[in-house]
Design a protein. Sequence first.
Length: 147
Amino acid sequence: MKQLKVDAINNGTVIDHIPAGKALKVLAVIEPKPTDVVTVGVNFGSKTAKRKDILKFEGRVLTQAEIDRIAIVAHEATVNIISNFDVIKKFTIAIPDKIENLLDCPNSGCATVLEKIKTKFLVESRKPVKLRCYYCERVFEEKEIKI
């Protein structure tokens, strides 16, 4: 008999296959509401990777903007939408071609910083993650990107 380490949820969203050690960073980019019921699982065994993290949001389906933010820090993760304890939709998170108004430009001289305008990044590379600021045209690696 299969035993669950974390209770199943009736309705909501499960973010699975988060790279080990990144669950709290993913949680931070989602900015959960004070009323959210969230389960955080860290360092679980995985068939596809040695270790993984998992997040469960009871009674909440994440927005596309939240999923796009997750893609920057955990682009290997999968999202499961749960209804009546069943997975009704499952997909792997993908970094969109353009990321608008989700990230701050790390370049302090960029027009987005100086003039407080909305940001836009174009994806130069997905593995490793490299984003080009539309305004200052600098390319930033994943470790330089602040979410």
